[in-house]
Design a protein around this ligand. Structure first.
Ligand SMILES: [Zn+2]
Length: 428
């Protein structure tokens, strides 16, 4: 038993100690704050303030790919997309209860025409207001609305940490409004989508937690039982093992939390699925039931990445900056040995660009060894050296991060290999 700072860590064997030290060393090497700077992905600037993220072109390119993927996955899974404002009248936050229960994480209000306005810490009330714009029939349910919604939360400066803990971030948020008898199926749908998305980003091992009714709670026994049974049923159909946190749920409903395991065995809490009996009540939400009566819909909050910023930080650390080809900001860099090969390099770059590859020609004029070194430092997945012989033979001399030297390839052969890596969402 040893004490490290405030942590008490025990190792049963020298191997365990070694594994711990290796993981610590690996974590340092993978630190997203350092890689973010080295690879020019993002910055957080004191001039602008703590916890506020600037996405640089390469990071923004990756974010765009992540967002495009996310939008398509959601549309395919039967969601509609919403865009909502960044501020709203304080009265809304009073109705939602955030002003009472979440105030310490909210920034101060601003005054507009003698009314108090609040920067949004959550998207939920906006989706509820959208629902309230007309009366819904049971036939319209379930309604699934997703939004990449940017929220602002007041985190104390002492706890800010790179992309992991920030003051402005974008949630991959969604709300499902459904009938009580639809809950289990909706939760199963969310679990399936979560697995699909997380595994496409390289995370295939999860730890799953089910949190049940705490002693202080709103909602009837009946509704708690129905919702908790629905979560259990969905987890069982999915076949996922889970740990039950008895009484660990929020006062307004039970939830499922999913932690992902990264390449060095660390767990990260990302996805949450939360049933909510409170907001529908507070906003007096209704639908018209089969018998014509007015009933409350069940509301489910869910996020898969959690926060785009934080998930991006986890991605950077998981891959140590060696991203799978479909996400790499620059996929191919062409290195002309001398100016004589520049025209050929430009022509190849144009062809690849037209096929939607992200390609660059090294324009530095540096010696080849320096160009190779630069591409290595920037972790460019595919490097194509172009010398006299390559121009003569209309080929490219290829080396990749994962496989090293591949020798002389025709452009079509390179394309084939890249296409395969992209389709399989693998590194190359
Ligand atoms: Zn919500």
């Amino acid at each position: 038993m040893r004490h490290v700072g405030r942590l008490r860590i025990s190792w049963e064997t020298p191997e365990q100690l070694q594994a711990y030290l290796t993981q610590k060393e690996e974590a340092k090497r993978r630190d997203h704050r350092k890689l973010g700077q080295d690879l020019d992905l993002f910055s957080i600037q004191e001039d602008a303030g703590g916890g506020l993220v600037f996405w640089h072109p390469k990071g923004a390119r990756m974010r765009l790919l992540i967002e495009d993927y996310w939008r398509k996955a959601h549309l395919d899974a039967g969601y509609e997309l919403l865009y909502t404002p960044h501020i709203a009248n304080l009265e809304l936050w009073k109705t939602s209860g955030h002003f009472d229960f979440y105030r310490e994480n909210m920034f101060d209000q601003m005054e507009i025409e003698a009314q108090q306005y609040q920067l949004k810490p959550m998207n939920c009330p906006f989706h509820v207001l959208t629902y309230q714009t007309h009366l819904h029939s049971y036939r319209e349910l379930p309604i699934r609305w997703a939004e990449l919604g940017t929220v602002y939360r007041y985190e104390r400066s002492g706890v800010l940490h790179g992309l992991m803990r920030v003051r402005g971030f974008t949630q991959d948020d969604a709300h499902i409004f459904c009938l009580p008898e639809q809950v289990a199926n909706e939760i199963l749908g969310v679990l399936n989508l979560t697995e699909q998305i997380l595994s496409d980003f390289g995370f295939t091992e999860y730890e799953v937690y089910l949190s049940t009714r705490p002693s202080k709670s709103v909602g009837t026994d009946n509704i708690w039982e129905l919702a908790t049974d629905a979560l259990v049923q969905a987890l069982n159909i999915k076949g996922w093992n889970y740990v039950t946190d008895e009484g660990g749920g929020a006062f307004y409903g039970p939830k499922i939390d999913i932690k992902i395991k990264d390449a060095i065995g660390r767990l990260w809490q990302c996805s949450t699925i939360q049933v909510d009996f409170n907001l529908p009540e507070r906003f007096d939400m209704e639908y018209v039931a089969v018998d014509g009566s007015r009933q409350r819909p069940i509301m489910i909050h869910r996020a898969i990445f959690g926060s785009l910023e934080r998930f991006f930080g986890i991605l950077v650390e998981n891959y140590a900056g060696d991203f799978p080809l479909w996400l790499a900001p620059v996929q191919v860099r062409l290195l002309p040995v001398s100016d004589d090969q520049r025209n050929y390099a430009d022509a190849i770059a144009l062809q690849l660009k037209q096929l939607s590859y992200r390609v660059e020609v090294d324009q530095s004029g540096d010696r080849l060894s320096k160009q190779i070194r630069t591409a290595e430092l920037e972790k460019v997945p595919v490097v194509a050296v172009i010398g006299k012989r390559e121009v003569e033979n209309q080929t490219l001399s290829i080396r990749t991060r994962q496989s090293g030297e591949l020798g002389s390839l025709k452009l079509s052969e390179l394309q084939e290999r890249m296409q395969k890596a992209i389709e399989n969402r693998q590194q190359i």
